[in-house]
Design a protein. Structure first.
Length: 108
């Protein structure tokens, strides 16, 4: 680890990112990495975040596509308003990024 590099930043430098800021290899993800990604976005992960993250990863593993907002709200007990509060600035995109997944299909 280089001097003057925060531990979170150093961890983020250990994985490869695409041009849009999503992990290239979703299998390189870890809970520690999720906390580092979230911290870099000024998000502190709670149990509700983990409910969405775990659902998103399971959905991606089953269907090879990061879930949309609609799918997340239909298949979990997290409503749309809460989802946007948990992942501000683009709920499905931010949830996918923290979950180590590619950008969801249909997201701009």
């Amino acid at each position: 680890m280089a001097q003057n590099v925060a531990p979170t930043e150093a961890l983020l430098e250990t994985v490869e990112w695409d041009a849009d800021g999503y992990m290239v290899d979703w299998t390189a993800w870890s809970e520690e990495l999720a906390r580092a990604i979230a911290a870099a976005m000024n998000i502190t992960l709670t149990e509700r975040h983990w409910e969405v993250i775990n659902f998103a990863r399971a959905e991606y593993e089953a269907n090879d596509d990061a879930p949309s907002i609609r799918l997340i709200t239909q298949k979990t007990d997290v409503g749309t308003k809460e989802l946007y509060q948990l992942f501000p600035g683009g709920a499905a995109k931010i949830a996918a990024r923290i979950s180590g997944l590619p950008k969801p299909t249909g997201c701009i």
